[in-house]
Design a protein. Structure first.
Length: 700
């Protein structure tokens, strides 16, 4: 059974209903009644005969009917028993309002697990425990203790915090914002955020999905589903807290740079989810998405009755990267013919301080007709002659039921514009408290439109040697060696089409010199030990060796110094490697998030990576466009594309490296973390070289 049927029950039982005002068990009954729920309401409480004029039942069984929904408000310890009764009677949907579960510690966690087991066995779906309940304003269902129902609208809201939902309802009431559904998921022991966005995605009365989440459990499924839904409905989320993945001690550069915040950021980006920092911004965006059409381009026209706010809006448009619309000749002529000569007929159009509603109306109509304009912002300040309410009514009249372009209003002031703002809101014109927030909203709408119209994601698959990688990884796992050092990590990379420097292991100085002679100078010497992760930290890398003598000296020095510094490590020999003498060092990396999967990283390479933190992340699997976008997000990119006479490096080759890495970590879920550092990249046409690599694996 899916969550949608929760939204339309024909009968509701309230188990733990109470006669006593102020108790949650009373609130729920009162709210169901207060919301004018059309179906049956069955209060259940063995100690009462009647509650709020409704007949009260001793238990679920004595109702004699099977309620579509049971709202449970009994103390935590008694909930399991009520669920058993639900199972016995055949109730399939429950909301557990009661607190005292996972959120209070071990005892509560056990109780919660018991509930989950019971509902799974009985095929019952459960919202909660520890939640505020469910509201479906359009169906007059208020199965919550969140106060009165808000007005019906098109925003579906999900909240992981009941208290925050209370604040949201309050804000919505003042701002006349309507909802299709509000659901408080509490501890989300059964029904979780994935179920809810699925239900909202399928719900015809929901046009915009908004919510507050603290964590996301099935990250990869959530992202996949949200990505599909976002194409049809914008998803606006406030998100706090971390995945906990960042807290895990990471041994790779990528791991230590990829905090949980980063993961959410890239996951939201992939899914097209619009992240909101506050209730205010969330509603700023939500009301525009819910009530206005999407802009078809970035050009904004501003209509104002005062110069100052017009300039503020113009500045914001520039800051947000939108376009200041250049009005068509016809529009300018049309405006000049009618507006007073002192009026500014160019964008921002200044209709002057004495503008009455008709002047606003005329101007708005002209701008709505202008093909060069994609969105309109109407500003008003309450001056001596201003008819605020009349102007609001005019805007609503022109745009009803809906104009073809988004029209946003910013009536500045408080008391004098109060009534006008209510007119705007009732007329579905979003109102903003500053030109800046209105423009930011337009920017967010534009970004969404762009995201939605991006080409279908195509992930390129390279021919690779999977069997070879499988062999190396399973051997490491079998031997309980999670760290794969440079030599084998590079074999893995070669199997996935990376080029690595030639090199061989030497165990004596003479052997090292022989290998160097064969490779040709200069060469690099690197300590080879399964126990050393960062070789240069222990003096285990010597670059630029130009003769057999230098190689032998370097060999002896390493063999003498490193065991003294790190007596506990096992040294297997020294890698003699050809040296890359040209190119820039970048890092390609991966860190696997327990919920969202592999997170890829690109950044400025070498030892400075953790200091400069000039890195970009993205979720695997990666498309060519996304790989290039990652590069673009770093400051390093400016250097790579050629700076002050430096040659431009092969950007496409780096992007290809990222895609190959993406394929590797997608095909091998055992890979937990890895760094290719440095990845040495040269000018166009020169294949990049994976100079160093390390991989951490674990049983999946
Ligand atoms: P580690 O990261 O374990 O300290 P690396 O193999 O990355 O060891 O070597 C450290 C640094 O030495 C690299 O970042 C790079 O600047 C330089 N280096 C190592 N090997 C080569 C090579 N084959 N060619 C050019 N430079 C190298
Ligand atoms: Mg390195």
């Amino acid at each position: 059974m899916n969550l949608a049927s929760f939204f339309e029950p024909r009968s509701v039982a309230v188990v733990g209903a109470s006669r006593q005002k102020g108790k949650v068990g009373h609130e729920i009954v009162a709210n169901l009644l207060g919301g004018r729920f059309k179906g049956e309401i069955y209060p259940v409480n063995p100690k009462a005969a009647e509650i709020e004029g409704l007949r009260c039942y001793a238990d679920l069984k004595s109702i004699g009917q099977i309620p579509d929904l049971a709202v449970i408000v009994v103390p935590a310890g008694a909930v399991a028993d009520v669920i058993r009764q639900c199972a016995a009677v055949g109730v399939k949907q429950v909301i557990v309002i009661s607190a005292g579960f996972k959120e209070v510690g071990e005892e509560g966690r056990k109780l919660e697990e018991e509930l989950v087991q019971l509902v799974r066995e009985a095929g019952i779906r459960m919202i909660g425990p520890n939640c505020l309940g469910l509201m479906v304003p359009g169906r007059k269902l208020n199965a919550s203790f969140g106060g009165a129902l808000p007005k019906a609208g098109q925003i579906g809201y999900i909240s992981q915090s009941g208290a925050l939902l209370a604040a949201i309802l309050d804000t919505a009431k003042v701002n006349d914002i309507g909802f299709s559904v509000l659901v408080s998921i509490g501890n989300k022991a059964d029904i979780d955020e994935l179920d809810v966005i699925n239900a909202f995605g399928n719900d015809n009365s929901t046009k915009v999905i908004a919510g507050y989440l603290e964590d996301i459990m099935h990250g990869d499924s959530f992202v996949r589903r949200a990505e599909q839904i976002s194409r049809a409905k914008p998803i606006l989320l406030m998100k706090s807290g971390g995945t906990g993945a960042g807290a895990k001690a990471a041994s790779s550069h990528t791991g230590s740079l990829a905090g949980s915040e980063t993961t959410y950021e890239v996951a939201f980006k992939r899914a097209g989810i619009i992240r909101c920092e506050s209730i205010k911004t969330q509603f700023d965006y939500a009301q525009a998405f819910a009530n206005q059409p999407l802009p078809t381009g970035p050009s904004v026209a501003v209509i104002t009755n005062a110069g100052g706010p017009g300039i503020m809006a113009a500045d914001a448009i520039e800051r947000q990267g939108l376009t200041f619309a250049k009005l068509a000749e016809e529009t300018i002529e049309r405006l000049s013919a009618k507006l007073p000569p002192e009026a500014n007929v160019n964008n921002p159009i200044d209709v002057l301080g004495d503008a009455l509603p008709e002047r606003y109306e005329f101007t708005l109509n002209a701008v709505l007709d202008d093909p060069n304009v994609n969105a309109i912002l109407v500003l008003l300040t309450p001056q001596a002659m201003t008819d605020c309410t009349g102007t609001a009514e005019a805007i609503v009249k022109i745009t009803s039921p809906q104009a073809e372009k988004p029209v946003l209003a910013c009536f500045l002031g408080a008391k004098k514009v109060d009534k006008a703002i209510r007119v705007l809101r009732r007329g579905n014109i979003p109102q903003y408290d500053s030109p800046e927030s209105a423009v930011t909203t337009l920017k967010v709408m534009n970004d969404y439109v762009r995201w939605r119209s991006r080409p279908k994601r195509v992930v390129r698959l390279f021919p690779v040697n999977r069997a070879k990688v499988e062999k190396i990884i399973s051997r490491h796992l079998r031997l309980g060696q999670p760290e794969i050092g440079e030599v084998e990590a590079k074999e893995i990379l070669e199997a996935y089409g990376f080029v690595t420097p030639k090199g061989t292991i030497a165990t004596t100085a003479e052997q090292a010199a022989d290998i160097a002679e064969q490779l040709g100078y200069p060469v690099v010497l690197k300590i080879w030990s399964p126990d050393i992760l960062h070789k240069s930290d222990v003096g285990g890398v010597k670059v630029g060796l130009n003769s057999a003598q230098e190689v032998m000296d370097a060999f002896d020095l390493m063999m003498c110094r490193i065991p003294r510094k790190r007596p506990e490590v096992e040294i297997l020999g020294v890698l003699v490697q050809e040296m890359c003498t040209t190119g820039r060092e970048v890092i390609l990396g991966m860190n696997r998030d327990p919920h969202f999967g592999p997170l890829l990283m690109f950044g400025m390479g070498g030892v400075m990576v953790e200091v400069l933190k000039d890195v970009a992340f993205y979720l695997a699997p990666l498309t060519a466009e996304e790989a290039k976008e990652m590069l673009l997000h770093t400051r390093t990119y400016q250097l790579l594309k050629g700076f002050r006479g430096e040659e431009r490096v092969d950007i496409d080759a780096i992007a290809e490296g990222l895609q190959r890495l993406s394929q590797l970590v997608t095909e091998f879920p055992q890979i937990q973390e890895m760094d290719i550092n440095p990845y040495v990249v040269g000018p166009e046409g020169v294949t990049p070289v994976a100079v160093d690599a390390r991989i951490t694996v674990a049983e999946r």
